[in-house]
Design a protein around this ligand. Sequence first.
Ligand SMILES: Nc1ncnc2c1ncn2[C@@H]1O[C@H](COP(=O)(O)OP(=O)(O)O)[C@@H](O)[C@H]1O
Ligand SMILES: [Mg+2]
Length: 379
Amino acid sequence: MGSKAELMSEKKLRVGILFGGRSGEHEISLLSARSILSAMSPDEYEVIQIGITHEGLWLVGEDILDKFSSGVQLNELTPATIFADPSREGLYVFQGSDQEEIVELLTQLDVVFPVLHGTYGEDGTIQGLFELAEIAYVGAGVLGSSVGMDKGIFRDIMRANDIPQVDTIIVLRSDVENSLDEVIGHAEALAHYPLFTKPANLGSSVGITKCMNRSDLMEGLMDAARYDRRILVERGIHAREIEVSVLGNDDPIASVPGEVIPSADFYSYEAKYIDDRSELLIPAPIPFEISQQVRNLAVRAYRAVDCAGMARVDFLLDKDTGELFLNELNTIPGFTKISMYPKLWEASGLTFEDLVKRLIELAMERRSDRDRTEWRYQR
Ligand SMILES: Nc1ncnc2c1ncn2[C@@H]1O[C@H](COP(=O)(O)OP(=O)(O)O)[C@@H](O)[C@H]1O
Ligand SMILES: [Mg+2]
């Protein structure tokens, strides 16, 4: 008790890093988490690693990231949870047997970093838990997360803020199932082929099809309908793909933009993660005016959805007309050492380590700001 080392450690910020998760981007999350963990100095942080399985089970324990990555010895890990009840602050573990399970506090947490991409991680659901539990957390809140996740609502909010969007219609799965001819009529009235079909709430290009003709469109609609009950059909743009990183809470800043050169016909799942042949150009070889326009639009979009912490904002730059469209805003972008989000900050003068540090500071700032809000009406 009271040794110098212990006293020092009391001052360190206790950070829970959450990874894995129930989405299709579970494996990407493990890679992002590995990079983030390696950037967190043990002199500065006491890190608690929390893995979430594909099924949604929260676990803690020795070498958890390796166990998650290899998928073996997960049974050696201990179930854990954060309670929604703010009087039970911190991370709890379930010990003992099924017959006699004991719940005990493992550790308090000063802040959590959900390194979780996609459904149940990036869509506002887990952020809702953090709000209820009154824990500081990295990244956007419930609203910014869910609006960033839903491609349909996102486009409406962008349009309301005069931020250029590609033409899109939204159809329901039930429409695809019950009145396919009508859906095809609407889609073909939108624009000439190619058209893109995509599920409203997903990422990593899963369920997205570039449709060159009517039969592709039918297949694309069916495929997207597997992943969501709301489906977007969009005018396909012959586009360069420009991305920019945004960082901050009330005064967000934008990095230099980068460009993705997909290895395939579009930036598909394979082109993103499998074939390893897509290229990132940093900075993007675009004129200064376009770069400024990208940065301004990205910050405006960020504010419009009340984002916080970070986002990678992606654009489509029409190769034929030079028109710029804001495509999407990712609130928990890929975060490996070679991912666009941190790379763009590096190119803008912020190292990976300092970026992680800044994100944690922003989470703490947001928490203190929240504490200033009065929740009850007092006369
Ligand atoms: N309207 C479009 N026109 C041209 N390409 C598109 C369009 N929509 C999507 N794409 C292509 O599909 C990729 C994935 O689409 P995106 O909307 O970014 O979804 P995700 O959230 O899965 O990344 C884009 O990076 C781009 O290559
Ligand atoms: Mg995308």
